[in-house]
Design a protein around this ligand. Structure first.
Ligand SMILES: NC(=O)c1ccc[n+]([C@@H]2O[C@H](COP(=O)([O-])OP(=O)(O)OC[C@H]3O[C@@H](n4cnc5c(N)ncnc54)[C@H](OP(=O)(O)O)[C@@H]3O)[C@@H](O)[C@H]2O)c1
Length: 338
């Protein structure tokens, strides 16, 4: 199976990505046990199918080491020259503290060594507390490290529009912000997307398939209790559904999505992902992969084979209009972490 050209996105002048990124939070341990050898073997299946872009973080358990092992096996099997086919986007999520050059450099060196690379394709920076302005110190040092060739592109995750503006106004070049974005959580549309579009910044979206809740598997199902939601993602996005409008409204949404999915001969998840891929400023959607446990490669590839029409959008809007405004309830992108 090969993905069509429309699956690729010019993320930066020197970097293209697959618009569906493979999310590696699912190997952290919060989504069940992952067997390393099986997981790494399965990374080849994703890559070979065209899903060449990985989203990971310093705190996703062994994720950075998995990239390192995958790259080693890849070089042995496919040749070193093909390593440039892999894009691996990590994050740095430091605990609050001084952001001196040695602290920042130490963290980046750790990621470089775990991933077995000399330069990080993308470093996405997270910060917990806006009152603590040392995030600007961290970003300054990260920019220096970028100039020194240790980071190819600098990005953020879960920053709100106000701070994104402050950061870009201070002359720091950010290529993307990774935020929660789905049919249920459309907060990026309020302020973030327009700001990004106007400043040449893109969005990487997570939570788009709601941990798997946005699928046929949950259509017509009674509201699941917490004990039935066995991954950290399912629990996280069930809370989001509760805030958004509750299980009954979510069932209405799933029913409408199923009709649209049947019309296009695709899946409910495909419809939810296609909708977000088509939103302004969105570069890609990250879909979590429980490597070696469950796999949706064939289904997710269908996202690139259809388009939503005006009638589809109208019926989706009919349901979404009944939901609560999460921007008012929670705040801008990432405010749920603060
Ligand atoms: N920056 C941040 O703060 C942040 C936060 C959360 C996530 N992320 C990133 O986003 C990635 C995705 O994580 P997430 O929590 O948002 O999870 P998600 O992508 O919403 O859900 C992943 C789960 O959805 C199910 N799924 C995938 N494709 C499907 C399909 N076609 N049909 C039906 N079910 C399907 C799978 O469930 P099964 O395995 O049960 O089949 C999979 O484990 C993470 O790995 C991470 O890289 C970033």
């Amino acid at each position: 199976m090969a993905l069509p050209a429309s699956s690729r996105f010019q993320f930066a002048s020197d970097l293209t990505i697959c618009r569906l990124l493979n999310g590696m939070w699912q190997v952290s341990g919060a989504h069940g046990y992952i067997e390393p050898a099986r997981a790494i073997a399965e990374m080849f299946a994703y890559h070979d199918a065209g899903f060449t872009t990985w989203d990971l973080a310093d705190h996703y358990g062994p994720a950075e080491e998995f990239i390192g092992a995958f790259r080693r096996q890849f070089a042995e099997g496919y040749g070193v020259q093909r390593l440039s086919e892999i894009e691996a986007f990590t994050k740095w999520v430091p605990p609050p503290g001084p952001m001196t050059r040695p602290v920042v450099k130490g963290a980046i060196n750790t990621s470089l060594s775990r991933m077995g690379v000399e330069c990080l394709d993308l470093l996405q920076f997270h910060w917990w507390d806006y009152e603590d302005r040392r995030y600007l110190d961290a970003l300054k040092h990260l920019t220096d490290l970028q100039r020194e060739g240790k980071i190819r592109h600098l990005a953020l995750t879960n920053f709100d529009t106000e701070r994104l503006r402050l950061i870009t106004d201070s002359g720091i070049r950010i290529v993307s912000n990774q935020v929660q974005y789905s049919l249920v959580d459309r907060r990026p549309e309020t302020r973030m997307a327009a700001f990004c579009r106007d400043h040449g910044i893109t969005l990487l979206s997570y939570g788009t398939v709601l941990g798997g809740l946005l699928s046929e598997r949950y259509l017509g199902r009674p509201e699941p209790g917490r004990s039935e939601l066995q991954t950290a993602s399912l629990q996280k996005y069930k809370n989001m559904i509760d805030a958004w409008g509750g299980w009954a409204l979510f069932q209405e949404l799933l029913a409408v999505l199923k009709q649209i999915a049947d019309k296009h001969r695709v899946s409910v998840a495909n419809v939810g992902v296609r909708y977000i891929l088509d939103r302004p400023a969105v570069a890609g959607v990250i879909i979590g992969a429980r490597l070696g446990v469950a796999q949706h490669i064939t289904d997710n590839a269908r996202v690139f084979g259809f388009a939503l029409d005006t009638a589809d959008h109208a019926s989706i809007e009919g349901v979404l209009a009944k939901s609560r405004d999460l921007m008012k309830l929670i705040g801008d992108c990432g405010d749920e972490y603060r």
